[in-house]
Ligand binder design. Sequence first.
Ligand code: FE2
Length: 146
Amino acid sequence: MNELIDQMKVILASTFAMGLKTQYFHWNVEGPHFNDYHKLFGGIYEDLFGAVDTIAEQIRALDSYAPGSLSRFVQLSKVDDQINIPTSRLMISELLSDNTIMLSELTKAFHLAENADKQGLADFIAGRIDVHSKHGWFLRATSKVQ
Ligand SMILES: [Fe+2]
């Protein structure tokens, strides 16, 4: 159970970190595809920030406290912070690789939830895996050079 709680804290911090980075890119992206990228990043960060509250409440339901400070999130997150402004192409490839990390961390959490007989939580995590698969599709399709 402790392993599951620790992994849910990783999911919380990583989701927040990816949400912040995606919103940062939404604000600062430039180039001929500005409008497409701005909207794509907008849809992704809204989903990520929308999920943060439920992830934190799932941690409370497991009878642990939810972390909620920037310094703690930096310690816990598997998604690295970005302080520079990459080109639009690099923004897409960085988010694609962050999204792959999220999928792997969520899959870990899913198996831990199943092993702990937490079916409701496993179901919620499976939903997050589906949404991140869709983010991956959108990012991949956008990055494809014709
Ligand atoms: Fe906006």
